[in-house]
Write a protein that binds this ligand. Structure first.
Ligand code: NOJ
Length: 569
């Protein structure tokens, strides 16, 4: 008995040492406190986000090259109903309108991404620069600045030039590091006099796992157990290289900042008093966030990833770990390459220990030895993976503070979807989601987490990757049936506006009426939307029926006239 107790204590001490060597997050303390009325520090930045492939459309216009998402979505059977982002929200043609929407919301910043193949059609800078693509982003940036909205620019939100995938294997090949650096350098050169916030990669976890492990995302490869690790390795090196390029060549002139946007769910131990569950939850976070954050903040992959993947690779009879290794020079080159940490967060899972014996096939998921659970009482209004669990956000933010030395954080994504068929603009559940998640972020700020800004995802309903248009994340509803792609504000626009203008939640009396007032505005928008098919129908009448009938009339009159002439002769 005593022996087992001593062993357990030893185990606990070893574990605590491993975890606390990288920070001292207290897993056992999960306070769930009531709604917190207060405001954010002055200068807190409020924004919305989008990405190129999801919103721009114009996939083959003005010299744009093809991206891996164009190619992927064009293949039959990849996306529900074979939907594509070919035209999506037609954002390419609606810069003015969309910036006006943002201006009306009194946003401080707008996060968008640059489509690499729109400005470098083959991906390679020395081959061809598409000036029309550059012009498009210049217009967007200038419009934003004219309206006092700070552009926050993501360099890579998943739309790799197809040529780089086809010819070189995309993120599987180390040669991409230089190509990405050239592309980034061109962006700094052309836009850096006006853009001061750069994000190298959006959610590299997704690029690696969904693009190269499960194949649900472009380029759709299923290189299980190794593809994701290799892609991530090159992404981390590419990030570091671009950070150094900015630091050496541009920072002193342009005075901007450069970070990365990592997305992570929170993982809460099922049983907070079980050491095994705490270790499993820690692994969940390390394999998710730590995979990228640990190299950038500390120079190497998390210990637990090296241990688990190394051990499992050994059991599989491989000579080396499936997790690539950084050389000592690479470690010091990569360490410290974040001016700010962008954080995307949506949801939470309960985590427990589960052994995946080797021999069942390699995979990133099996490497972690854990199981994910959800509480069926958690609301899930839209995407099936997205349960609303606001307290997980505060936990994640505090984890980042403890583990990575309280870095400067910009929340680069947070929001909730509803199903495509839902045309109700009175999105009560989204207002509740924003209210609760932003409030947990406020509590985290009170805890001392260094959060500087928040980006609601997203401005518009848009192409939701492998879910096509079936999930709507927008603050603005987009009527995709109408070829003009009109935008209609959901109630959450008004609600978010109030949070922005109050810089938080000043007091119960004020906040109480926000939802009610927001709902008052959405019923009139609902009516407008309901009339939309009618408007669409009228457009069809004016644009197709009227010209066709007129042409026919002219033709018939001509024939009739000729007939009369003939008879006279
Ligand atoms: C993460 C991605 O960055 C974004 O493009 C996507 O729309 C949201 N998550 C919602 O799934």
């Amino acid at each position: 008995m005593l022996k087992r107790g001593t062993l357990k204590l030893f185990h606990l001490l070893v574990f605590m040492q491993c975890v606390s060597s990288e920070g001292d997050f207290d897993w056992t303390k999960n306070e769930r406190t009531p709604f917190y009325y207060s405001t954010f520090p002055a200068g807190f930045s409020w924004g919305v986000g989008s990405s190129a492939y999801q919103t721009e459309g114009a996939w083959n216009v003005d010299g744009k090259g093809m991206s891996i998402w164009d190619a992927f979505a064009h293949k039959t059977g990849k996306i529900p109903s074979n939907e594509t982002g070919d035209s999506s929200c037609d954002g390419y043609y609606k810069v003015k309108d969309d910036v006006t929407l943002m201006k009306d919301m009194k946003l401080n910043h707008y996060r968008f991404s640059i489509s690499w193949p729109r400005i470098l059609p083959t991906g390679i800078k020395s081959e061809h620069i598409n000036e029309k693509g550059i012009q498009y982003y210049n217009d967007l940036i200038n419009q934003l600045l004219d309206n006092k909205i700070t552009p926050v620019v993501t360099l890579y939100h998943w739309d790799l030039p197809q040529v780089l995938q086809e010819k070189h294997g995309g993120w599987q090949n180390a040669s991409i590091i230089n190509s990405f650096n050239d592309f980034a350098n061109l962006c700094f050169e052309r836009f850096g006099n006006r853009v001061k916030y750069w994000i190298t990669f959006n959610n590299p976890w997704s690029i690696a796992v969904e693009g190269y492990e499960t194949g649900e995302h472009a380029p759709g490869l299923k290189l299980r157990g190794s593809g994701a690790y290799r892609a991530a390795h090159h992404i981390i090196k590419a990030h570091a290289k671009v950070w150094h390029t900015y630091d050496l060549k541009w920072r002193s002139k342009q005075k901007g900042q450069i970070g990365i946007s990592l997305t992570a769910d929170w993982g809460e131990p099922v049983d907070i008093s079980s050491q095994k569950d705490i270790e499993a939850a820690d692994r969940y976070i390390q394999f998710y966030l730590g995979w990228f954050a640990a190299p950038l903040f500390s120079g190497d992959y998390p210990h637990v990833m090296k241990d688990y993947i190394g051990r499992k690779s050994g059991q599989q009879g491989l000579g080396a770990s499936r997790l690539p290794v950084f050389s000592p020079q690479e470690k010091s080159y990569i360490k410290g390459t974040v001016d700010f940490l962008g954080l995307g967060h949506y949801t939470t899972r309960y985590i427990t220990q589960k052994n995946f014996p080797s021999g069942l096939g390699d995979s990133y998921f099996a490497d972690r030895d854990l199981a994910e659970l959800v509480d069926p009482r958690w609301p899930d209004p839209g995407s099936e993976w997205l349960y609303s669990v606001p307290w997980g956000f505060r936990r994640l933010l505090n984890f980042v503070k403890a583990q990575y030395g309280n870095p400067m954080i910009y929340v680069t994504e947070n929001g909730v979807s509803e199903k495509m068929l839902c045309t109700d603009l009175c999105d009560d559940w989204r207002m509740q989601f924003f209210k609760d998640y932003i409030n947990e972020m406020l509590k985290a700020v009170k805890d001392g987490v260094n959060v500087k800004g928040y980006t609601a995802w997203s401005l518009l309903d848009s192409f939701e990757w492998d879910e096509g248009f079936s999930q709507r994340f927008g603050l603005f509803f987009v009527d995709f049936r109408n070829k003009n792609k009109p935008r209609y504000p959901k109630a959450s626009v008004q609600f978010y506006k109030r949070i922005i203008s109050s810089n938080g939640f000043p007091n119960p009396r004020e906040v109480e009426g926000w939802k009610r007032k927001a709902v008052e505005t959405c019923s009139s928008s609902n009516q407008l939307l309901a009339a939309d098919p009618l408007i669409g129908h009228m457009e069809m009448v004016t644009e197709i029926v009227v010209p066709t009938v007129s042409t026919l009339c002219i033709l018939l009159s001509a024939v009739f006239f000729m007939f009369l002439l003939r008879r006279r002769i």
